[in-house]
Design a protein around this ligand. Structure first.
Ligand SMILES: NC(=O)c1ccc[n+]([C@@H]2O[C@H](COP(=O)([O-])OP(=O)(O)OC[C@H]3O[C@@H](n4cnc5c(N)ncnc54)[C@H](O)[C@@H]3O)[C@@H](O)[C@H]2O)c1
Length: 552
């Protein structure tokens, strides 16, 4: 069995982070958490991340394994935090000494350094008995450490005084710092770019992004004189008018083609009907196709755009969570044929993808769940702290995360990074197939009774288990994923009554096989690994052995 590493690429920037650092006892955690609440951004405490990853407290970790072991874990946590955007990150007091890693975190961040009078710090940390770095005489150690770290703190960011101030006052200064830097972003959305020699694609995420579509189109595709808006009927009334007005105001002629969304739209007959509409409407290569809807509409409209007149410019406006985090980015367009999903297709990269997470308010909760399964997959291979945030995210009345916008932003950045590095899915982009060999087998083996998103959820757990059995994925990953997925009422094991033979045919017939054997992507601390030559029966048994998580 071989296991090629699919290393997660650097992620493109999104909204800046707010990094809160400073000496122990300055109140980074309290002020950072409060600032996050005011800004509406998630909060991540890196000491807490290290403690959870080591399975013990920081104090115990340093006492039992020494400071270097703690610093190694801390370095990893800092680099993982640098993969997040639009997040408040509180660091440990000594993080500034992690020169290169701290520098990576600082890029794309507004950094605040909380400071306090040494006498006051001594009072706050008490006798230092719970802080191994202060063992001996705390006041003397504090003076020494402040001396040692002084220049690193001074260079790290803006100093924020904490003496005599409440958490609320410090948090409000942090918020001001972030806003003054213009970091809470343009109102019409954050731009994430895929730039390559052969194509460029811009992704815009944010409330209000849809109204800016016309102006953005004019700037990005100035040669376009008309637009065909291919509109999923599910959002015809909610966002059709704002898109049409925006494009018209940019001086372009518009026509609208309403489409009944969902999988039945992905046929050659529907595509042929679009070709006919284009012909009758005199559409030529000065026109741009604006595909608006769920993944099915983006696929079928995108395929029509890719094939008509040897390719019309394409703009995507995804309106389901799955379409935002996956189908709307990456250039794959396909229709179904002869009972096989996505059998006929092309690579046709959109010039632009514009999305407003507010549109998801009308999406039925099961569809949000299925999109979440793909977002969690992207997190596992591209930005592991997204998993930590989701484990603690506030939920709405349907048991789903309240802040889908943040999740969309992270997922888009991850997918954009993989696509930029490997647009045609020959190498690292395969990491995004995590869980999918299992998912396809589950769907086919159960006669498509289990929806794709649910199959992906089970597939993620199975992939983690297979990875651990193969000595790649850290112990406990499958259990952790299982708990997270069941937090969102996603399944984590197969229903009873299936045998390996029900799954084997589908696994052996998977499109993405190598040397007659299925290939599996499994989680790796640096991204993912591609397992070739896996015995399909063994993989099927791993899948069947999964148990329902106790979190449900
Ligand atoms: N091309 C790619 O890279 C890619 C990637 C992943 C998935 N896909 C494809 O995407 C499709 C699945 O996409 P999907 O999960 O978005 O489902 P979908 O497109 O089938 O849409 C599901 C339903 O939701 C409706 N809908 C769309 N937006 C809505 C909104 N805001 N509010 C309420 N209802 C809304 C649709 O009309 C449809 O009835 C599959 O065909 C899959 O093959 C493609």
């Amino acid at each position: 069995m071989t296991a090629d590493l699919l290393r997660a690429p650097l992620l493109p920037p999104g909204r800046p982070r707010l990094v809160v650092t400073g000496f122990m006892g300055t109140g980074k955690t309290h002020a950072g958490r409060r600032a996050g609440a005011i800004l509406g951004m998630p909060f991540v405490d890196l000491d807490d991340v290290v403690a959870r990853r080591s399975g013990t407290s920081i104090e115990e970790l340093i006492r039992s394994q020494g400071e270097p072991a703690f610093r190694r874990l801390e370095r990893r946590a800092i680099l993982d935090a640098a993969r997040l955007s639009g997040t408040v990150v509180a660091t440990g007091g000594g993080a500034v000494l992690q020169g290169e890693a701290f520098g990576v975190l600082g890029r794309g961040s507004v950094t605040a350094v909380l400071s306090g009078d040494p006498g006051e710090l001594v009072r706050r940390v008490g006798d230092g008995s719970s802080r191994p770095l202060l063992e001996g005489r705390p006041s003397q150690r504090i003076a020494e450490l402040l001396e040692e770290r002084g220049s690193a703190y001074a260079a790290a960011g803006r100093r924020v005084e904490t003496d005599g101030r409440s958490v609320e006052e410090v948090a409000s200064e942090l918020v001001d710092l972030y806003r003054e830097a213009g970091a809470d972003g343009p109102e019409d959305g954050v731009e994430i770019d895929i730039r390559r020699a052969d194509f460029a694609s811009r992704i815009v995420v944010g409330d209000g992004a849809l109204a800016s579509l016309g102006a953005r189109l004019e700037a990005l595709v100035p040669e376009a004189t008309s637009a065909v808006i291919m509109l999923d009927r599910a959002v015809e009334r909610s966002i059709g008018p704002v898109l049409e007005t925006s494009i018209k105001e940019a001086g372009m002629a518009t026509s609208v083609v309403p489409i009944e969304g969902g999988e039945p739209a992905k046929t050659i007959d529907v595509v042929a009907s679009f070709w006919e509409r284009f012909r009758e409407g005199g559409i030529d290569r000065d026109a741009v196709v604006v595909a608006v809807g769920g993944g099915a509409v983006l696929d079928v409209a995108g395929f029509a755009a890719a094939t008509y007149a040897r390719g019309l410019d394409l703009v995507n406006v995804p309106t389901t969570l799955l379409a935002m985090v996956d189908a709307g980015i990456g250039g794959k367009v396909a229709i179904d044929h002869a009972g096989t999903k996505n059998l006929v297709g092309a690579f046709h990269h959109p010039r632009m993808t514009v999305m407003d997470p507010g549109v998801l308010r009308s999406l039925p909760p099961p569809l949000v769940r299925f999109g979440l399964a793909e977002a969690i997959k992207a997190a596992v291979v591209g930005s592991p702290l997204v998993v930590d945030v989701l484990e603690r995210a506030d939920l709405d009345e349907n048991g789903l995360p309240q802040d889908l916008g943040w999740i969309v932003e992270q997922s888009v950045r991850i997918k954009a990074a993989f696509v930029a590095e490997d647009p045609r899915d020959h190498s690292v982009r395969k990491a995004l197939n995590l869980g999918h060999t299992f998912a396809h087998a589950i769907e086919a083996g159960t006669g498509y009774r289990i929806p794709h998103g649910a199959a992906v959820a089970i597939g993620l757990v199975a992939a983690a288990r297979l990875g651990t059995e193969s000595g790649i994925t850290p112990e406990g990953t499958a259990e952790r994923l299982s708990r997270l997925l069941s937090r969102f009422a996603l399944p984590t094991a197969l229903p009873g009554g299936l045998s390996p033979d029900d799954l084997l045919g589908a696994m052996r017939g998977d499109k993405k096989r190598s040397g007659g054997r299925p290939v599996f992507v499994v989680p790796d601390p640096d991204g993912a690994r591609l397992l070739r030559n896996v015995d399909a029966r063994r993989a099927a048994e791993t899948l069947l052995a999964l148990e329902v998580s106790s979190h449900a």
